[in-house]
Design a protein around this ligand. Sequence first.
Ligand code: FAD
Length: 425
Amino acid sequence: MASTEKIRIAIIGGGLAGATLINALLKLPHLQVNIFESAPEFSERGAAVGLSINAQTALAEIGGDIVGAPDKAGAVQMLSSRLLVACGPDAGEVIFDLGAEKQGKQVHRAALLAEILKPVPKEQAHTSKKLLNIEEGAGGSLTLHFKDGTTFQTDAVIGADGIHGYVRSYVLGADHPALKPTFAGFWDCGSVVSVEKARTALGERWLRDGEERQYGWLGDGGFFMYGMLDGGKNVQCVASALTDEEWSEDEWKRGIGREKLEEIFGGWTNAPIKEGIIDILVSNPDLRAFSQWHFSKDAPTFSKDRVCMMGDAAHALTPWQGAGAGQAIEDAMVLQTVLGKIKTSSELEAAFRAFDEVRRPRAQRIRASSREAGITMCGRGENGMNVEKVREELKSKWDFIFDQDQKEQNDNAVKALLNSLGKDS
Ligand SMILES: Cc1cc2nc3c(=O)[nH]c(=O)nc-3n(C[C@H](O)[C@H](O)[C@H](O)COP(=O)(O)OP(=O)(O)OC[C@H]3O[C@@H](n4cnc5c(N)ncnc54)[C@H](O)[C@@H]3O)c2cc1C
């Protein structure tokens, strides 16, 4: 196929979703792909991201350099995610070891993003390009209008522009009830310290040398978490809490200090790591509480004509099941599959419909499950802090996420595409 006949794809947003997608699509010679990021550089907020087993199997399906990207970025393989009771009479009791047989990896976000973007030619990666509008032209061609006054012609748009992006409004319509995210009722704050400092503050028993795992502590109205990153040199510590406080979309982070942390967690009795976590958190001079948002109203579709959305733009979810990045990677995998099968731009709509058919039910199920898990992990589910019952309740919540057969998901997408194109599979 001559280069002039290539199908032109514009990806909006250069977070983990958009970056993974361009990496995946660069392998398809019949596509001409460009990525547009509104910020002056490609960057990631926050320290660590967990890549659960399904994220790793999706990366393996995408193939090529991206398979090794987490390890090159210093990913640490976790023996398990160990969930324990943080306070009360059962404090210190292990609820379960999640992922002991299906181990996840913990990796620094910015390092991972940089690795994933390495193969992307500079002339195809554009920064300071905030998309304001998509204009439909003749023959299905689309014109992108950016804030800096420039325009770009393309055959298709994939919105990976996150929870506050533009593309969702194009796909759903500006007045759609599912357009805006809602505050999920939790906040979190975090700090990264050296492993030596973390071990001193938390105690050797709760961060054993040579045992690389993630620890989560289920408390009374809140939750603590910590895990290694940067090849085991550093530890990220996080505290989260349920709250009745109002948060507006404009005010998604607030300063937080020892006084507030003591007010929330100080009453926890018998809590072995409470003081250590608080000490670690307040050692971060720039400590902030970030509110957690999600799309509590599910989008009825992820695509409209030649425009579709993926990642947080399509299905932003709370972090309680560590699943958002994994879902973005699965999106990229399926888009690579369906776009790999089409030959002309007239088949783009069918490809996006197939993507929607396969990805939307799974991503939206995880979105709902994640918030429920968060309430339980903050000790406020129907079983409160009853260890036996919480163990039972949470045990199966990850199975459908981890056990996804990615080849089957791709096969289903191909079937949906052929069906949409009116061809037999
Ligand atoms: C506290 C926390 C912890 C988490 N932990 C985990 C975890 O352990 N495991 C896991 O799998 N997931 C986790 N997640 C979720 C995960 O981080 C996200 O789901 C994932 O990073 C996918 O993001 P994205 O690329 O879709 O969106 P984003 O990271 O928001 O990227 C969107 C990009 O689009 C750009 N943009 C926005 N508007 C425009 C525009 N108009 N034009 C051009 N560019 C635009 C933005 O600048 C941004 O760079 C966590 C999330 C949070 C908040």
